[in-house]
Design a protein around this ligand. Structure first.
Ligand SMILES: Cc1ncc(COP(=O)(O)O)c(C=O)c1O
Length: 398
């Protein structure tokens, strides 16, 4: 039984003996940095998403490498949703390119294909070079529409799949989120940050069906050096010799983390089932409750987040006050996302106005991400439901 006073965290990683043993195995092996564990992690993850993969130290690094490998540079325009984390947009700035923000579609958290095309129509011809759709919260976004617009305007497509592993697997109804654009030749990027659906603490994976991109990203992941450290120490050629072919980055993931990632990957379908069970309990509890709107979802969705919308016309307290009340009761929650067009840096740089992003703003003002993590007990989920529903009842507008 869960003590009613015991706090329920917003997120908690699920790790156990196998992860601990994997770390010890690597520590004892004498090889801590990127090596054979990382190669195995890449190949196992690649088999899962059916696309060649490269492991990196974060999804942010992966997005940066992918844009760089697409040839994005100063003055290029990269289209991104406003409703996302700053990584999605900041990587364009790393390369001297400019982010162009697009609102999300009504009732969803996803880049609106109609607004995407309308925005593209207004941009100087030939300046838009890439689009980064985001599979928000593990809910796959409108990839077919985005891909067809990208084809029309000759845009590279980098899927931000930071939230969306594991996506539906064949024979599921869709191509796996994150390997949709990747398999078509560009790239998809996953995150293994501590709160994500599988975790290495920090880490990421890039999927790409384009061998030239894989080659470029692999070199740029490691200072622009033409040989990986593992290759230098295991190859029969001289171990000390290498060439710097470009000013690259230091984005490799150490074997200690890859070993954890391999164990997490092997458990992913169990984690998925646990997240889906929690989401179903929330869906059942909040469906038909006039104070709330449940998130859209489809079969197999990764359910990284459970973004519950408050219905302000039925509640006499604001979203922020609602969060305070939940926190007073020991329930950890979060908000995904504070739209980027409201962030001081982007707002000032691009002179962005709220009226151009009505859906992002409306979602932001209503949404609360409820706790959802493998290992959360039914009693904990029920307690969240009870507290949320009681608050709805206590602050109802009659
Ligand atoms: C939508 C989105 N993209 C990218 C990232 C960056 O992931 P990472 O922390 O692995 O760099 C995040 C992080 O939470 C995210 O929410």
């Amino acid at each position: 039984m869960v003590n009613r006073a015991e706090p329920i965290p917003f997120s908690r990683p699920f790790t156990g003996n196998e992860e601990e043993e994997a770390v010890i195995r690597v520590l004892r092996s004498g090889w801590l940095t990127t090596g054979k564990e990382t190669l195995a992690f890449e190949s196992e993850f690649g088999a899962f998403v059916k696309t060649p993969c490269l492991a990196v130290n974060s999804a942010t690094s992966g997005l940066h490498l992918a844009l760089e490998a697409c040839g994005i540079g100063p003055g290029d325009l990269v289209l991104v949703p406003s409703y996302t984390f700053t990584s999605t947009a900041e990587v364009a700035r790393y390369l001297g390119a400019e982010a162009v923000f697009v609102d999300v579609a009504p009732g969803t958290f996803h880049l609106d294909p109609v607004k995407l095309e309308a925005t593209l129509e207004k941009l100087p011809p030939g300046k838009a070079k890439a689009v980064i759709p985001v599979h928000y919260g593990g809910l796959p976004c409108y990839m077919e529409a985005v891909l067809s617009i990208a084809e029309k305007y000759r845009l590279k497509v980098i899927e931000d799949a930071a939230h969306s592993f594991p996506s539906p697997l064949p024979p599921g109804p869709r191509v796996p989120a994150g390997s949709f654009a990747g398999a078509a030749g560009d790239a998809g990027v996953f995150s293994f940050y501590a709160t994500k659906t599988i975790t290495t603490g920090e880490g990421g994976m890039i999927a790409s069906g384009n061998p030239d991109m894989i080659k470029r990203m692999s070199v740029m992941r490691s200072h622009g050096i033409d040989r990986s450290v593992w290759n230098r120490y295991t190859d029969t050629k001289a171990s000390w010799y290498y060439e710097v072919t470009a000013p690259g980055f230091k984005y490799n993931i150490p074997d200690i983390l890859s070993a954890i990632g391999r164990v997490q990957l092997s458990r992913v379908m169990r984690f998925l089932a646990m997240r889906q069970d929690i989401a179903s309990m929330y869906d059942r509890a909040f469906t038909g409750d006039e104070h709330f709107t449940i998130p859209p979802s489809g079969p197999g969705d990764a359910r990284h987040l459970y973004p519950l919308r408050l219905n302000p016309e039925r509640l006499s307290i604001t979203r922020n006050e609602f969060i305070e009340k939940l926190q007073e009761q020991g329930i950890g929650v979060s908000v995904h996302f504070i739209p980027l067009h409201t962030m001081p840096y982007y707002k000032k740089r691009y002179k962005l106005k709220d009226e151009d992003f009505p859906e992002s703003l409306s979602s932001f003002r209503r949404v609360i991400s409820l706790p959802i993590w493998p290992g959360m007990t039914d009693a904990q989920v029920e307690r969240v439901i009870t507290v949320v529903k009681e608050l709805g009842f206590a602050y109802t507008i009659l």
